[in-house]
Design a protein around this ligand. Structure first.
Ligand SMILES: [Zn+2]
Length: 278
């Protein structure tokens, strides 16, 4: 009998968000997310902090480095890479691609004091060659700009697709479907993944979209609110459980507690623990 993964504390639902470019509007977004207990990943370009960008009379300006440090450090949200200068990266030569991702990772780690393992693709530009570079420097997932309208966990973390952009008219319908879903023992975990740019709320004058969404979906006991990397690392910890052939002896060598169901029963195996099932 196989082990059916459950998230932290046996939950079957996760919600994560991903916002790009490190713009000034992230401050307001983080205030909203924090009010309702949601967690996000912020994808930053460390080579162009402080650059203003006026589009249709509205400022898409990027935060200055000091401002960004104040906003993101100790915010509880993840900092991930989005290249050094936001180019159409797959048009670049190999060594220029390498520079864009490695320099960004290095600068973000130095300035923000964290290990950067996530990456969002500017303009959604992906290639097998770039995947190889990302893997070689320690990036473990790559978010694209796709919308699946699904909540399945990704098969390929180097093509991590969102459930929807926050402007998708189905946003609240999807939120309601997740809230109402009553998982049975054999159902797989679901991950609701929302992405966008916080300047879009200003440009479209629709901050109410994220406020209403966060208010509705936040604060629920059966949803795990997590940054992208937390979900990735949890899934790896589950996959890396050591088991005997019959799945009766389970050893967790990871640093995380792991939950799963087997034969309609929920189990937790703590970090470093071995459990023996019936
Ligand atoms: Zn971007």
């Amino acid at each position: 009998m196989h082990l059916n993964m459950r998230f932290q504390n046996g939950k079957a639902k996760a919600l994560t968000l991903s916002y790009d470019d490190g713009v000034i509007h992230d401050k307001r977004l983080i205030d909203i997310l924090n009010r309702y207990g949601l967690k996000a990943t912020f994808n930053l370009n460390s080579g162009i902090f402080g650059q203003g960008n006026i589009v249709k009379g509205k400022d898409r300006g990027r935060m200055k480095l000091d401002e960004a440090k104040n906003v993101y450090i100790n915010s509880g949200h993840e900092i991930a890479s989005h290249t050094y200068t936001h180019p159409f990266i797959t048009d670049l030569r190999y060594n220029d691609m390498l520079y864009e991702v490695l320099e960004d990772k290095k600068c973000l780690e130095k300035e923000f004091g964290c290990i950067v393992k996530g990456y969002a693709a500017p303009y959604g530009c992906c290639s097998d060659e770039l995947d190889g570079i990302l893997r070689s420097i320690g990036i473990v997932y790559q978010r694209t700009v796709d919308e699946t309208l699904c909540m399945e966990l990704p098969q390929n973390w180097m093509r991590l697709q969102g459930t929807c952009h926050h402007n998708n008219p189905k946003l609240m319908e999807l939120a309601r479907s997740l809230a109402k879903w009553q998982p049975n023992h054999t159902d797989k975990c679901r991950m609701f993944y929302v992405w966008g740019h916080s300047y879009e709320f200003d440009e479209n004058d629709n901050w109410n979209v994220i406020e209403n969404f966060a208010k509705y979906i936040g604060g629920r006991d059966d949803i795990w609110y997590a940054a992208n990397i937390e979900i990735y690392e949890y899934v790896q910890a589950f996959k890396n459980l050591h088991t005997d052939t019959m799945n009766k002896i389970i050893y967790n060598s990871s640093a995380l507690s792991v939950w799963f169901e087997k034969n309609r029963k929920l189990y937790e195996v703590k970090s470093g623990e071995t459990i023996y099932l019936e």
